[in-house]
Design a protein around this ligand. Sequence first.
Ligand code: GRF
Length: 211
Amino acid sequence: MSGNKRKIVVLISGRGSNMVAIAESIDAGRIPDAEISLVLSDKPEAPGIEIAKKRSLKTCVLHARSPSTGLKLKRREYDEGLTTLLGSHKVDLICLAGFMRILSPWFVDQFPNQILNIHPSLLPAFTGEDAHRDVIAYGAKVSGCTVHLVDEQVDHGPVVVQKSVPVLEGDTKDTLASRVLQQEHVAYTEAINMVLSGDYHVVGRRKFVKR
Ligand code: GRF
C-alpha cells in the first residue's frame, strides 16, 4: 500500500457487491490514487468479509454486542468504538455499502462530508429497508439508486449521484434489485471520484461542482 493514496474505508453487513465494485474500480484505475484501507463489518457472518479477505483487503469485524456482557451496544457506544478503531487509520472517505446500522449524529460529526451511503431507490422516494418491495407495491414506473453524503438523518444527506432504471411489467423484488444493483456499482465509483476530487461545495441540500 502506498502512503500517498486516498484511503477508503468500506462498511458492510452483507454480501459486499458494492465493496467489490469499488475494489474493481480502484484496480482498473477508474478510481485513481486510492485504496480500500479497511473493510469493516458489524456482522462476522457477512459474506463480504470473506470476499474481501480473498482480495487481500484488510478486514475487521466490530461486533454489535459487547464482548464482555453479550448485550447489544447502544448506538453511541458502538459509534465510539468505531471512531476509536478508525482513528488508528488515515481515513479520507467512509463508504457505507449495505451497512445495516444507523450512525449517530455524533459519529457523522466526526467525519463531515466524508461519509457516503448508497440507497437502492431514487431518494427521497422509498426510504427504508425494503425499497424494491415498496417501489413495486406503489406501482412506480421508474426506480434507481442514490449515492448521498450522510447527514444526521437516515437516507437523507445531499445527493451526489443518482441513476434511474425502468420498473418493468412483471418485475419482482429480485429482478428489480438486480437491475438497480448494476447501476449502483457504476454510481458508487462516480460518487467516490466526485467527493475525492474535492471539487464541489454543498449549499443546503444541494451539491455543486466548482467552476
Ligand atoms: C445495496 O442494494 C445497497 O443499495 C443497500 O444495500 C445493498 C447492499 O448490497 N444499501 P451489497 O452488500 O453491496 O451487495
